[in-house]
Ligand binder design. Structure first.
Ligand SMILES: Nc1ncnc2c1ncn2[C@@H]1O[C@H](COP(=O)(O)OP(=O)(O)OP(=O)(O)O)[C@@H](O)[C@H]1O
Length: 337
């Protein structure tokens, strides 16, 4: 983790703004986006629908011209490029999508080789590279299968191999596991981590799934309404008990459908405000004269940091007292609605 955050950024976005014209005036899709992505890191971009994730990716890859700001890739400002230079820089990005969108008429090997054909590689060079790529994604024995003979996870592996064919520096993955079940998702995330280790490639993952970020990302950016709301190393963002990413990445089970309002949530573990245990929270409330019970709790290691959340049930008439006691101890309580 330390190594990843200390290496110089491969991508640096600065003051990025994107406006779209519309009949009702300009729509601001991105506003003052400044963030860095370290070489060899796995960076997650999260945010609700409409937050600006797709627009950001399109600006990164030069498919969309930002209204202002810079996208610096290794010292090259992508929005300033045109023609051949822009086409060359686009080849430094490999794209993986939710659905692999493979050609049914072609075998796995021939799907993987397609970008090499387009780039003018000879048949012999293609064969050697495709064999390497099939091995890299663990599909050597499936080379001759057509997409219809492959599972969803295997198809996604072919999609990843195809994205890596021309040796890009950055693998941009747009919701790569959204169409997959939990087990297959873990395998694909394991593959992405493995590729980063073996190839040193930088991976950017757009996702709405907090579990993806928890499992595989070193750093993360939360977008909301076109702005960066939070950004940083996973261990740091989960330690900010008042932050949105802390709540998203350290989930608790939902509250009972019908309840009388006596539920309070508090961060546990090694947060920025100190270390908190379940026992300490319960003792604090008991000593303050507000009995509480644990309705749910979670504690896990994320980004090398032990963090969690606890859901407390208190007498609804004493919720305010409980909140005051917890606030006095700097525990950032939240009354669960
Ligand atoms: N070509 C366009 N013309 C006008 N408005 C656009 C255009 N593209 C995006 N927008 C607007 O910009 C904002 C950000 O959209 P964007 O598609 O980047 O969000 P997103 O986070 O990728 O959402 P989703 O997860 O649903 O794909 C939205 O308000 C959207 O309506």
């Amino acid at each position: 983790m330390q190594l990843v955050t200390e290496t110089p950024p491969l991508l640096r976005l600065s003051g990025l703004r994107k406006e779209f014209p519309s009949a009702r005036g300009p729509v601001v899709a991105l506003e003052d986006i400044t963030l860095s992505i370290a070489r060899g890191s796995i960076h997650g971009i999260v945010g609700r629908s409409g937050a600006g994730k797709s627009t950001l990716i399109r600006c990164l890859t030069g498919l969309e011209q930002p209204t202002s700001g810079t996208v610096d890739l290794d010292g090259t400002n992508i929005p300033a490029l045109t023609g051949d230079e822009l086409r060359a820089v686009r080849r430094r990005f490999g794209m993986v999508f939710q659905h692999a969108n493979l050609l049914d008429s072609r075998s796995a090997a021939d799907n993987i080789g397609l970008p090499l054909e387009i780039a003018g590689w000879s048949a012999a060079e293609r064969r050697a590279r495709v064999a390497e790529l099939l091995d890299l994604v663990g599909l050597t024995d499936r080379a001759d299968n057509h997409p219809g003979q492959l599972s969803g996870g295997q198809q996604q592996r072919v999609g990843i191999a195809r994205a890596l064919a021309t040796r890009p520096d950055i693998l941009l993955c747009d919701e790569p596991t959204s169409a997959l079940d939990a087990g297959t998702t873990r395998q694909i995330l394991g593959l992405l981590r493995d590729l980063r280790e073996r190839l040193g490639i930088t991976v950017v993952i757009i996702t709405h799934e907090p579990s993806v970020v928890r499992e595989v990302c070193d750093t993360v950016t939360l977008l909301a309404d076109g702005r960066v709301l939070e950004s940083g190393a996973i261990g740091d963002v989960v330690a900010d008990a008042a932050g949105q990413l802390h709540r998203d990445l350290v989930p608790l089970p939902p509250l009972p459908l019908e309840h009388d309002g006596g539920y309070i949530e508090v961060a546990l573990g090694d947060t920025r405000s100190g270390t908190t245990s379940v026992d300490a929270v319960l003792a604090l409330l008991r000593e303050g004269g507000v009995p509480a019970e644990v309705a749910a709790a979670t504690l896990e290691t994320i980004g090398g940091r032990r963090v969690g959340r606890i859901q407390l049930e208190v007498d609804p008439a004493r919720t305010g007292d409980a909140v005051r006691l917890l606030e006095a101890a700097h525990l950032a309580p939240e009354v669960a609605a």
